[in-house]
Design a protein around this ligand. Structure first.
Ligand code: SF4
Length: 530
């Protein structure tokens, strides 16, 4: 069941003396009632499923999940639609909820809901979002979250005025900050990191909003790429280590000031016909007003640790992040993998879609034909409607199907970008062998994933990560491949090296975390097998 949450439009007169998240937006009881279907003026439901049917999660495979994508628009007559298009291009970064907030100089409106961007933001819904400024968010929610409660943007009344905020990433010093803010009288209504940030802004003693934002960002630790909006300004910021990407673009307007755009990935600019201008720098806070763009470095001297897994898997190959095209990095990963662990074979077959670019690089380097030996069903969503009486484990067969005439009698090298639990990999290897392949070799375009991520990627605990618990030989036996090899860490770093010398976080491959604040219980050696 999908729920749409229409948040009221509020004006200047609604400013209160203390921070208050709109009760329409986030009050847990109200949201529970809304999710249970109690009728209210702020709620609509979409995609009701007939009762004999249930939504069955489609095997997501051994894939990790990004948690968010963000977009911000300043200076466009139809900012909501621009944000919608941007979020559409960022849909791969989160498919469970999405939201857009807009401002017209006087009012700040906010609508968010469960589902895909295109399901939530119909023409009628976009018409309720007037203004020349917008921020937007698309989210993958983690298990146990109250998804709608934590959907973004969050709109807040604070001592500093109305603020809408959306962010990508995870804070790692939440406990300390939350405890301190609660001692200072803060009342939290969500479990979202974003609320910590706005509470810090509200409690800051700085005289201006921009100083309060800089002051607050300086107190938080972890991964965050943030977009924020007041009634007349847009802000964008990245954490000092630059974990998550955030780019700035520009739409040139012949008859007025340019439209300024921020997006998690530059692929969003193409749909908006915006030019990529630059990355927001680690530790930078950018402000856009009617007078133009200003910037300040709110933190400096912290070593950069951008997430290398964005290059391996998350970001789209048509995006430029951390100063480098993702397509280029993946191609190099494949080439390096071929140099490091080549094996005689007849075909290179990618595990679609994320293994495709690395497989092309591998095939060219190894001079072995590249073929789409596995076909992905693109029309299977995150859930699958199945009559309850006949629920069966379709597993990976629902998503992938082998091309038997290509695979029969061949020595096949499968290229994928990660093995998390190993169970889906084993199904794929069995599927290829079942289609008649003589040999099945698996090559992975990154090192073994041995540690969980604390910076905005939903990773299973260490005891569920197969590479944290088994040797490569044991994993190879588990997945029933003829051989298995991973890209070396040195090879991965080399593949992602651009003109701008980026230094990367590689903690999920090394266990060396760039921040102090991690939950040590999560990274203790595993006590149980898979
Ligand atoms: S731990 Fe891995 S997934 Fe998380 S930020 Fe670091 S490189 Fe990225």
């Amino acid at each position: 069941m999908r729920a749409l949450l229409f948040q009221g439009v509020e004006g200047v007169a609604d400013l209160s003396a203390s921070l208050r998240i709109s009760s329409n937006d986030c009050h847990p009881e109200r949201l529970r009632a809304q999710q249970g279907g109690v009728e209210g003026p702020a709620v609509a439901f979409r995609n009701l499923i007939p009762s004999p049917y249930s939504l069955v999660p489609v095997a997501e495979g051994d894939k990790l999940h990004e948690e968010c994508g963000v977009i911000a628009i300043h200076g466009h007559p139809d900012a909501a639609r621009q944000a919608y298009l941007g979020l559409y291009a960022l849909q791969h970064r989160g498919q469970e909820s999405a939201g857009i907030a807009t401002a017209d100089g006087q009012h700040l409106a906010n609508i968010k809901g469960m589902g895909l961007v295109s399901e939530i933001f119909t023409d009628d819904v976009l018409a309720k979002l007037p203004g020349e400024m917008a921020i937007g968010h698309t989210r993958y929610s983690t298990t146990g979250d109250s998804a709608l409660l934590n959907a973004q943007p969050i709109r807040v009344d604070s001592t500093k005025g109305l603020i809408a905020i959306a962010h990508n990433g995870n804070l790692v010093n939440l406990g300390n900050l939350r405890a301190r803010l609660e001692r200072d009288g803060a009342y939290f209504q969500t479990t979202s990191d974003s609320e910590i940030i706005v509470q810090l802004i509200a409690h800051s003693h700085a005289g201006t909003l921009v100083d309060a934002i800089a002051d607050s960002l300086g107190q938080i630790d972890g991964a965050f790429s943030i977009v924020m909006m007041t009634r007349d300004r847009v802000f964008a910021a990245r954490d000092p280590r630059g974990f998550r990407p955030l780019s700035m673009g520009r739409i040139r307007n012949s008859d007025g000031p340019d439209t300024i755009v921020f997006a998690s990935e530059s692929c969003a600019f193409d749909l908006l016909r915006a030019e990529f201008e630059r990355d927001v720098l680690p530790g930078e806070l950018v402000m856009v007003t009617g007078d133009g763009v200003t910037s300040r470095q709110y933190a400096s001297g912290v070593p950069q640790s951008s997430c290398i897994f964005e290059h391996v898997y998350f970001a789209r190959p048509d995006s430029r992040i951390f100063g480098r095209w993702v397509e280029r990095s993946r191609d190099q990963m494949g080439r390096q993998l071929a140099r490091e662990s080549g094996v005689p074979a007849d075909l290179i077959v990618p595990v679609p879609d994320s293994g495709v670019t690395a497989a092309l690089g591998y095939a060219e380097e190894a001079e072995i034909p590249f073929r789409f030996g596995l076909i992905r069903n693109h029309y299977v969503g995150r859930t699958f409607i199945e009559p309850e009486q006949r629920v069966r484990d379709f597993g990976v067969r629902l998503k992938l199907n082998p091309v038997r005439n290509l695979l029969a009698g061949k020595r096949v090298i499968l290229i994928d970008d990660s093995i998390i639990r190993g169970t889906t990999c084993r199904k794929i290897v069995r599927m290829v062998r079942g289609a008649g392949a003589k040999e099945v070799h698996l090559r992975i375009s990154c090192p073994p994933t041995i540690s969980p991520c604390f910076y905005g990627v939903d990773t299973p605990s260490k005891r569920e990560l197969i590479a944290a618990n088994k040797s490569i030989e044991e994993i190879c036996r588990f997945i029933e491949a003829d051989s298995l090899a991973y890209l070396s860490l040195e090879g991965l770093l080399q593949a992602c090296e651009g003109e701008e010398r980026t230094s990367y976080c590689t903690a999920c491959y090394t266990g060396n975390y760039p921040t102090q604040w991690v939950d040590v219980n999560e990274i203790l050696p595993a006590t149980a097998g898979i």
